[in-house]
Design a protein. Structure first.
Length: 442
């Protein structure tokens, strides 16, 4: 990093502050098909992002070639971009670094170094286990294992210097099942920082249930009905609407939560937290992309909206404190606000309690068309599949129904939260019972 810093300084004009972000990402992916290895891919990407600030103007450039000439060319381009800006903004770099006091496990060297054949055999065994659950399961597809090692160094002109190394493990798969009259498919995945934390029994069960439960659907009459969102489908909603909690979207006037600070926006049972310090969690890190130590932030407490998630830029813009929610997609982009580990806090109720709380309910296990949801208004109309329950017992599958509501209205209508909490990626939830949601029939 010292050579890179010197190359930048050699061409940097007076008055410029700099931030350098050097990262390396190595991935290995194994695909299995029909009890055979279909493909093994290994890739590595390395690059340098250069952010420059002068007189409240910012310029950014990046390079994948770390030779001195290319670093200096990228630096000159970032200076040109900054000088060409016609307007100024509240851009600043972190001037004083702080030490993260929490111990967070992020890197699984043991898992990454395990024999490749062991990982292949794990996938082969998974395919056998899923097929063996039910003779109606005819095919396993998209069964894959991915592991990654991500390392970055961030240093700026004020002497702030941080370095982190992280690992990630991901297994996903889908199944196709057939009865005499119907065919259905279902997928699921597990992901973690540590290989040993991947719950393969849960993965087998999820793929099986998501496939078999949707066989032989029956028609469903359009009406308002109690709905139980599975942990997976509730995570999908929470992830889709997570931007309403972000400072960048507040500045752009693209959040339904504008002017709702300290207002009751959800049922008092609802507590939503973002925590970048959860041990071994996929969204955790010691520091955010600005260099501030990550922390726990209460977003919604007992149904009351407690505050937006900010990085240095949005915090200064709005004259508030940063919540250490600066994130960076890669060396190719500048920091923005984002979530670390966002989750709806679970309760003690079993899924069976949720499904039996009303005379009838629809248990939604899959949502489709989430890209069409509108985070600005909170409105959504989504395709949904699941199982119709009566008196707490499954009656029949429902496919291609429509669920329509507003995200804040949904949060207000939550009656019970389950105890089957889990993370899907860096968003987590348990199953949730919501009263009176409009379901369009099929």
């Amino acid at each position: 990093m010292e050579d890179i810093k010197n190359a930048v300084k050699n061409v940097l004009k007076e008055g410029f502050e700099f931030e350098l972000y050097l990262s390396e990402n190595a991935k290995t992916k194994i695909d299995i098909e029909d009890l055979k290895v279909d493909r093994i891919e290994a890739s590595k990407e390395m690059g340098l992002g250069i952010r420059l600030v002068k007189d409240r103007k910012v310029g950014f450039s990046y390079t994948t070639n770390l030779a001195k000439k290319h670093i200096q060319d990228a630096t000159k381009m970032a200076m040109d971009i900054a000088n060409a800006q016609e307007t100024t903004d509240d851009i600043e770099l972190l001037k004083e670094g702080k030490i993260q006091t929490k111990k967070i496990e992020l890197f699984d060297e043991t898992g990454l170094s395990k024999d490749k054949n062991q990982k292949i055999n794990t996938l082969l065994d998974l395919e056998k286990r899923i097929k063996g659950k039910d003779p109606r399961i005819k095919l396993i597809r998209d069964l894959s294992y991915t592991e990654s090692k991500y390392r970055y160094i961030m240093e700026n002109s004020y002497g702030v210097n941080i370095e982190e190394t992280m690992s990630g493990f991901f297994i996903m798969g889908c199944a196709i099942a057939s009865s005499d009259t119907d065919t259905s498919s279902g997928c699921s995945y597990v992901a973690s920082r540590f290989l040993e934390d991947l719950n393969l029994d849960m993965l087998v069960s999820d793929i099986f249930n998501n496939t078999i439960s949707l066989l032989d659907p029956k028609s469903f009459e359009t009406r308002s009905i109690a709905v139980v969102f599975s942990s997976d489908s509730m995570v999908s909603l929470l992830r889709t609407f997570s931007s309403i909690f972000l400072g960048d979207f507040l500045i752009k006037n693209k959040t339904i939560l504008k002017d709702k600070l300290n207002e009751q926006i959800a049922n008092p049972r609802v507590n939503i937290i973002d925590d970048g310090t959860l041990n071994r969690a996929l969204g955790s890190s010691y520091y955010d992309a600005d260099g501030n130590p990550t922390r726990e932030n209460i977003v919604v407490e007992n149904g009351v909206f407690k505050g937006f998630l900010h990085n240095l830029y949005t915090a200064k813009k709005l004259n508030v404190e940063s919540t250490s929610n600066s994130v960076r997609a890669s060396y190719k982009s500048m920091p923005t606000t984002g979530i670390h580990n966002l989750y709806l806090k679970p309760s003690s109720h079993s899924v069976e309690e949720l499904l039996g709380a009303y005379e009838e309910c629809l248990y939604i296990t899959e949502l489709m068309g989430l890209h069409m949801a509108d985070p600005i208004s909170g409105n959504f109309s989504l395709g949904a599949s699941g199982v119709y329950y009566k008196s707490g017992k499954p009656e029949h599958a429902v496919r291609a129904a429509t669920v329509a509501s507003n995200f804040l209205e949904l949060l207000k209508k939550i009656k019970l939260i389950g105890n089957d909490f889990r993370f899907f990626g860096h968003v987590g939830s348990a199953s949730v019972l919501v009263e009176n949601i409009t379901i369009g029939g099929v």
